[in-house]
Design a protein around this ligand. Structure first.
Ligand code: NAD
Length: 336
């Protein structure tokens, strides 16, 4: 338990890290004392904006720093995080957790040795719509995800499975809560040497199924999530921060009975009857909820302050990475 703000730093303040640093600076749970970047100019500019120290070497971090965001390129995650975790510094590491499962295991072991909290930046867990849906405790039977992005010139050290699809893999693993029994993946390289488009069908031990499609060479962006369960159908649009849940309506039984014996020569009821009476359509109110990165960082700081397990622990980051590796391997084995 830590009473008052946690002394923090952000390591790597490039494209994403500067947002981490600004959020640390605004969050009352944190006292941001330093930003660290091997690019001195980048660290200096942000440090003067935020009124904290600029460092170029993680070894120069003040000893009283208790928690950090690690937002360096994935290839550097293990080398930056392991010494910090070993000396008990709590770490929020951006996704993917590491370059390989073997590296992820070394990060997990370091956290264990240092009794440090390890959270992974699977930020989609903190999407307002997703958080509401998770709280409904539905049992997913079928999930369908589309994550398509125009080419960004970023994350070129990994393929689209580890860059984009891994977000949905993490959501699905968390919601289904059952091991992947089999998978069938397809994909290919378009612009880079790695896969730029990928699609996979996952079959889980509990019978659930998921179809996941990702592209980083799309003309139009799309981030859609649909989930079918026995109790409800959920449709989320992460890009528009919009969500709708459809359940059985007051005339569900009547509607089913009518359709079971429907005589096509008779006058059919209008589609509004299905929408408003047979079904019950609820648009989710997502207006007052924190944006995902704010919520993710707040949740990490709260876990540190209150000595609780992070909402997205290191094991979850490892599981998403292991599944991404399996999918990417299958795609590469049958390269077009
Ligand atoms: P970036 O290249 O823009 O920034 C990385 C920064 O780290 C650079 O400024 C670089 O100078 C600095 N750096 C590199 N090695 C360092 C070291 N040893 N010590 C200190 N600084 C060092 O990269 P980015 O796009 O911000 O990505 C960073 C991480 O965030 C990656 O792991 C990436 O996968 C992840 N990411 C996650 C999301 C998401 O949706 N959660 C989105 C983008 C990036």
């Amino acid at each position: 338990m830590i009473v008052g703000p946690v002394t923090t730093a952000v390591i790597g303040v490039g494209h994403l890290g500067k947002f981490h640093a600004r959020i640390h600076n605004e969050n009352p749970r944190a006292a941001l004392v330093a930003v660290v970047d091997s690019n001195a100019e980048r660290a200096g500019a942000l440090a003067s904006e935020l009124g904290c120290a600029a460092l170029t070497d993680v070894n120069a971090l003040p000893r009283d720093v208790r928690a950090v965001s690690i937002v360096v390129p994935t290839a550097q995650h293990a080398s930056v995080a392991i010494p910090l975790l070993e000396r008990g510094v709590h770490c929020l590491i951006e996704k993917p957790l590491a370059q390989s499962v073997e590296e992820a295991d070394r990060i997990l072991a370091a956290a264990e040795r240092g009794r440090a909290k390890l959270a992974v930046g699977h930020v989609e867990r903190f999407q307002p719509g997703l958080r509401k849906v998770r709280a409904m405790n539905l049992e997913p039977k079928f999930i369908e995800c589309h994550r398509l992005a125009p080419f960004s010139f970023r994350a070129l050290d990994v393929g689209v499975v580890h860059d984009l699809m891994i977000h949905d893999l993490d959501l699905i693993l968390d919601l289904v809560g059952s091991p992947v029994e089999s998978l069938d993946a397809a994909g290919g390289a378009i612009l880079t040497a790695s896969e730029d488009v990928a699609s996979v069908r996952l079959v889980f031990a509990n019978g659930a199924r998921a179809n996941v499609t990702a592209s980083r060479a799309s003309l139009q962006p799309m981030r859609r999530f649909r989930m079918f369960s026995g109790e409800a159908y959920v449709s989320l649009d992460f890009q528009k921060n919009y969500g709708v849940v459809i359940r059985k309506g007051p005339e569900w039984e009547k509607g089913r009975a009518l359709l079971a014996n429907f005589d096509p020569t008779t006058q059919a009821p209008g589609p509004e009857w299905i929408r408003d009476r047979v079904l019950s359509v609820e648009e989710l109110d997502l207006s007052d909820m924190d944006r995902p990165l704010q919520a993710e960082i707040d949740s990490f700081l709260r876990a540190v302050q209150e000595d609780r397990e992070p909402e997205v622990p290191g094991e979850d980051g490892r599981a998403a990475l292991a599944l991404a590796d399996r999918i990417a391997r299958e795609i590469r084995a049958q390269a077009w």
